[in-house]
Design a protein around this ligand. Structure first.
Ligand code: ZN
Length: 180
């Protein structure tokens, strides 16, 4: 049917928007499912920072959806999926499935994720661009997600394994505060 994208930096309320869309569906007969990337090892559900939680299935690819008969397919953290899944979304749309995907649009270097670019090229019906509060200047205009290495903006490559010891932190920042 049609594609809705919910894009923006971290802490911009993307998951909350996705949950708001999907929560009422469980009271309907509409077959639907919500996915998140198996690369997200944090949790078994999608949670919003204001405390709302919804069940989501962890997958490595969206390809399995093609074997099933959902009317609505949701995806959280779409940027964690392989760009090859754009073809899966295109097929779902051709079949009349409604697809709602949320995630970061831009990586920590300021470049658009390939899968997001591919989805935009499908011609979504609606794109919601979310903003977060910049954690440096406190203005509600953050569009980037900056990575800091011990407080210093990371501009080079990321290490292959990201230590979970607080060395690297992530913050939404605005265009003025973003360091490339
Ligand atoms: Zn700022």
């Amino acid at each position: 049917m049609d594609l809705t994208l919910i894009l923006g930096p971290m802490k911009s309320g993307k998951s909350f928007d996705l949950i708001s869309y999907f929560a009422p569906l469980k009271y309907t007969d509409i077959p639907h499912i919500l996915y998140q990337s198996a690369r997200n090892v944090r949790d078994e559900h999608i949670s919003s920072r204001n405390g709302v939680i919804i069940e989501a299935k962890k997958v490595n690819t969206l390809a399995d959806t093609l074997d099933q008969d959902f009317a609505v397919v949701g995806v959280d953290e779409i940027h964690m999926f392989d760009p090859k899944d754009v073809a899966v979304v295109a097929e779902l749309l051709n079949r009349g499935v409604k697809v709602v995907a949320a995630g970061l649009d831009i990586d920590y270097k300021g470049n658009m994720f390939d899968i997001v670019k591919g989805l935009l090229e499908l011609g979504p019906k609606e794109v919601k661009y979310k903003r977060a509060v910049c954690e440096l200047c406190r203005q509600p205009v953050a569009v980037y997600s900056q990575v800091f290495n011990k407080g210093v903006p990371l501009t080079g490559g990321m290490p292959p394994v990201i230590p979970d010891d607080g060395t690297f932190t992530y913050q939404p920042v605005c265009r003025n505060c973003f360091v490339t």
